[in-house]
Design a protein around this ligand. Structure first.
Ligand SMILES: Cc1cc2nc3c(=O)[nH]c(=O)nc-3n(C[C@H](O)[C@H](O)[C@H](O)COP(=O)(O)OP(=O)(O)OC[C@H]3O[C@@H](n4cnc5c(N)ncnc54)[C@H](O)[C@@H]3O)c2cc1C
Length: 393
C-alpha cells in the first residue's frame, strides 16, 4: 500500500492552491455564480483529470479528480458542485453511454468550461426514488418530445446542456427510464432559481420542460436503460461529492487550529484546554478517516474495479464528518463562529448538503446495509468502456 501522492498529483494540488488563493479566496464573500471563474477553472484543466488529452483533459484519473475537488471545496464548496456537472455526471456519463457524435459534440466543451452542464434526476415527486420520475418522453418517430418538471437542478439556470432522466411509461418504473442529452437553448426550457441555505456560488433551479424537442441520437445507452445510466452517473458523482465534504472537514480543522492558537481566555490560549483538544482530536480523526475512505473509492475506480459499496461508505462517512466538523468549528470559535466575518458560518451552511445531494445519508446506509446483509450486492460488473473511449479528438 502506498498512500503518498505522486509527483503529478502534488503539482496539481499546488496549482489548485495557487489558483484558489488568487481567484477564489478574494471573492468568497460574494457567494454568487461567476461564469468567468468557471471558464478559468476549465482552461486550467481542473475539470479534466478523468479525461484524455484529446477530450480536453489530463488523464490523471479519478483519484486526482478527488484531490482537486477536496482542495477547491476547502475554499468554496459551491464551486466544488461544478465538478459533478463539468466533469462527472454530465461529460463522463456522455463518454460512457453516448455515441461518438455526442462525445465529440459535448464532452470537450464541458470539460474545458466553454459550455455548462446540468444533471436532471430530481422532481417534485421523485427525489430518493428515481424510479418515480414523471417527466415524460415520447418517441415521435424522427425525434423525442420531453415534458415535465425537474427540481433542485445545480447549474439549472445557466446550463447549455442537460442530461434529462425521463420515462416513456411510468408504470414500468425504473425499466421505463431514459437518459437523454438536451440542449437548453429552446423556448420550452424554463428554469427558475431556487434560493437556498448554502453553496450559494452554485445556482440551483426548478426547470419547467415543455415540448422540448431532442434528436434521437441524443439518447444515452438504451431506450428504457436510463436507470443503469443513472446508477453509474451517481456512483461517479459521489466521488466528487465525498471529496467536497472532505474539503470542508479540512477547512474546519485548519480554521479551528488557527483560532485555538490565537484566542486567549482565563489567561491562556484556548488550545491548552483539554476539552478544546478533544474537539481538535476528533476533527483531525474524522478528517483523515474520510480522506482514506474517499481516496480508496476513487482509487478502485481508477483500477476499473467496482466501487459502488466503497463510494457509498465514503460518501456517507464524509458527509457526516463534514457536518460534525462544521459544528465543532463553530464551537471552537465561540461567538466568532456565528459571525459573518469568518468563513466558519459558511462551512456550517455548506456542509449540510453533503448529507443530502447525490443520495441522502439514508440512501447510502441502505446500499451499505443491503450489501452487508446479502439482500442486494452493491458491487456488480460495470459497463465496459468502448475501446475508442480515449482516442477521440
Ligand atoms: C444543493 C442541492 C443540489 C442538488 N443538485 C441536484 C442536481 O443537480 N440534480 C438533481 O437531479 N438533484 C439535485 N439535488 C436533489 C437531491 O439529489 C435530492 O434532494 C436528494 O436526492 C433527496 O431527494 P429529496 O430532496 O426529494 O428527499 P426525499 O427523497 O423526499 O427524502 C426525504 C427524507 O426521507 C428519507 N428517505 C426517503 N426514502 C427513504 C427510504 N427508502 N429509506 C429511508 N429513508 C428514506 C431521506 O433519506 C430523507 O431524509 C440537489 C439537492 C440540493 C439540496
Amino acid at each position: 500500500m502506498n498512500f503518498d501522492l505522486t509527483e503529478e498529483q502534488r503539482v496539481m494540488v499546488q496549482a489548485v492552491k495557487d489558483f484558489a488563493t488568487k481567484e477564489i479566496a478574494p471573492n468568497l464573500k460574494k457567494e454568487e455564480f461567476d461564469r468567468e471563474l468557471v471558464r478559468k477553472m476549465g482552461s486550467l484543466g481542473l475539470f479534466g483529470c478523468a479525461f484524455s488529452v484529446g477530450m480536453g483533459g489530463s488523464d490523471l484519473g479519478f483519484l486526482a479528480h478527488s484531490i482537486v475537488c477536496e482542495q477547491v471545496s476547502s475554499y468554496d464548496s459551491g464551486l466544488r458542485s461544478l465538478f459533478n456537472l463539468q466533469a462527472l455526471t454530465v461529460p463522463y456519463t456522455i463518454m460512457e453511454w453516448g455515441n461518438d457524435l455526442l462525445r465529440k459534440r459535448y464532452v470537450k466543451a464541458l470539460v474545458t468550461g466553454e459550455k455548462l452542464g446540468c444533471t436532471c434526476f430530481s422532481e417534485p415527486n421523485a427525489g430518493s426514488d428515481i424510479a418515480a420520475i414523471e417527466t415524460e418522453v415520447i418517441d415521435k418517430g424522427d425525434h423525442y418530445l420531453i415534458n415535465g418538471i425537474k427540481t433542485w437542478i445545480s447549474n439549472g439556470t445557466v446550463a447549455d446542456y442537460a442530461i434529462v432522466y425521463c420515462t416513456f411509461n411510468r408504470s414500468l418504473k425504473h425499466k421505463g427510464l431514459c437518459a437523454i442529452v438536451v440542449e437548453t437553448d429552446q423556448g420550452g426550457w424554463q428554469p427558475k432559481e431556487i434560493p437556498k441555505l448554502g453553496d450559494k456560488s452554485s445556482p440551483i433551479a426548478e426547470v419547467f420542460i415543455e415540448d422540448v424537442v431532442v434528436p434521437k441520437e441524443n439518447l444515452l445507452g438504451e431506450w428504457g436503460g436510463g436507470f443503469k445510466v443513472a446508477m453509474t452517473a451517481l456512483d461517479r458523482g459521489r466521488i466528487s461529492v465525498s471529496s467536497g465534504a472532505l474539503g470542508i472537514c479540512q477547512a474546519c480543522l485548519n480554521a479551528s487550529v488557527k483560532y485555538a492558537k490565537e484566542r486567549v481566555q482565563f489567561g491562556r490560549l484556548i488550545r491548552d484546554y483539554q476539552m478544546v483538544k478533544h474537539i481538535i482530536a476528533d476533527m483531525a480523526t474524522y478528517t483523515e478517516a474520510a480522506r482514506l475512505l474517499v481516496r480508496w473509492a476513487a482509487w478502485l475506480n481508477d483500477q476499473g474495479r467496482p466501487f459502488t459499496r466503497e463510494i457509498a461508505i465514503a460518501k456517507y462517512f464524509a458527509g457526516e464528518a463534514a457536518v460534525r466538523a462544521a459544528g465543532w468549528a463553530m464551537e471552537i470559535h465561540g461567538g466568532m463562529g456565528y459571525s459573518l466575518d469568518l468563513p466558519v458560518e459558511k462551512y456550517y451552511r455548506d456542509s449540510k448538503l453533503y448529507q443530502i445531494g447525490e443520495g441522502t445519508a439514508n440512501m447510502m446506509r441502505l446500499i451499505i446495509a443491503d450489501d452487508a446483509l446479502g439482500i442486494k450486492k452493491a458491487n456488480r460488473a460495470r459497463s465496459k468502456i468502448p475501446s475508442d473511449f480515449r482516442d477521440l479528438n
